[in-house]
Ligand binder design. Sequence first.
Ligand code: PBG
Length: 323
Amino acid sequence: MIHRPRRLRRNNALRSLVRETRLTPDNFVLPFFVCPGNAVRREISSMPDVFNLSVDEVTKEASAAYDSGVRSIILFGLPESKDELASGAYAEDGIVQRATRAIRRSVPELIIIADTCLCEYTSHGHCGVVRGGEVLNDESLELLARTAASQAAAGADIVAPSAMMDGQVGAIRDALDESGFENTAIMAYAVKYASGFYGPFREAAQSAPEFGDRRAYQMDPPNAREAMREAELDYSEGADILMVKPATVYLDVLKMVRDRFDVPLAAYHVSGEYALIKAAAQKGWIDEDRVMMETLTSIKRAGADIILTYYAREAIRALAAAT
Ligand code: PBG
């Protein structure tokens, strides 16, 4: 007798019956880049279909996204002006704080996540306070904690620290609790690699570092065991959700975190991963929808509960078309 796995692949109904991994709209988080001004919609050249949007525009987009099935968004901000201490990150009327209030008013049900970092707001583009060419850890914690508290005050459901400063999750948890935001959750970018795949994001967020790079705080790509220590630290400091980033070139790490930690796990399909698919599709070299869905499925199969992706809307559309 020969074994015949092909029996269960004969048609769509059989394949669907035995399918092990399914994406659902609630898995996705759609990122937005909020910029100053009114009626601004500026496409990012390296990220087709992704825009810098002013507060009025992002509010409309968030509402349209909700109507098409998106349940969560993450906000990044381009401030009016940048300075050494990233004051735009924690200003009460900062760009993300204003967008959060406006979106909360117009789409109350939408989950709003605020990215908690300083790089978009510092004049030098690093994720913390710089002195003598170095990014200072403990001085940066205070600013990150203030940023998270002001995002919570504006109405963010979840704050997402991404600066890779040691102790940031604990500092943020303390600040949130002290300001009465004990119900604001933390999604920690626990395992964030110093990756070339963030290139297009730095165009979108205008956050490229003015000197040097982020290798002294983001993780070294060859390390996976170290990722377990990073995840353990953030977990013990009170992270509600852990994240691995980028996603597809770190699926092994994602699986390792999945196997060891029982908190919800997120993966960020980052700007460069998006741009690669877009560019090949524009050249007609691949079928965009197929490659998009295969990629997002691989991230879920490796263990992610939550996927942050610029493709959220398209993936939801493709899921609806397939049923
Ligand atoms: C902020 C931050 C970055 C990304 C998310 N949060 C950029 C960076 O670390 O340089 C990248 C997201 C993407 O590439 O889509 N520190």
